[in-house]
Write a protein that binds this ligand. Sequence first.
Ligand code: SAM
Length: 216
Amino acid sequence: MIEDNYKQRGLRNKLVKKLREKGIFDEGVLSAIGKVPRHAFFDDALLVHAYEDKAFPIGEGQTISQPFTVAFQTEKLKIKPGEKVLEIGTGSGYQAAILVEMGAKVYTIEYNNKLYERTRKFLPLLGYQPFFFYGDGSKGIPAKAPYDKIIVTAGAPVVPTALTDQLADGGILIIPVGDRERQKMLRITKLNGKLKQEEFEFFAFVPLLGEQGWKQ
Ligand code: SAM
């Protein structure tokens, strides 16, 4: 059983307040961040940092995204309960937990086998049960398509056509695209088969690897 005491709940409330001050307004996103115990995703050595608005290492050279980044991407997806959401880059499972907490039906795929194995065993212990997949998410998961929403949590060199192909009509893809150092957040909406692209600020993600990502 993971301990979640008044101190941790207090730190979470402070984090939610900070995210509001930074411009996050979707109450569903803020409520989910107020509920998911982020400290449970941290090793003991880093536990004191769990509610800072920063990214942290999770092993295998990968990171748990900064809470602001998680909130920003999730807000841009306009999640409604019951929607089918594909996440590329399971990592620690924190983003998937936020989406499940918001009532989405979540499919999440991870390319790093150790992280995949670790997270698919760990996340259900917190009561979050997305569908876990192992493999190259730059190709999406065609067998389960179409998706109402797709979120890519690693930096891509281009928008993978596999992902826009797997969007349902009216669907939204949120993806950071750029070079290895920094990427612009893009939101792509599919309407009547046509793609509309909006651009937001720059972020710094670890690279999206794979066939439609970076080649190592
Ligand atoms: N969403 C994660 C979380 O909440 O902790 C953070 C993800 S981390 C910033 C990026 C993840 O994308 C890493 O775990 C990395 O192994 C994974 N990744 C990179 N390329 C991938 C690919 N082609 N398919 C699936 N996962 C990939």
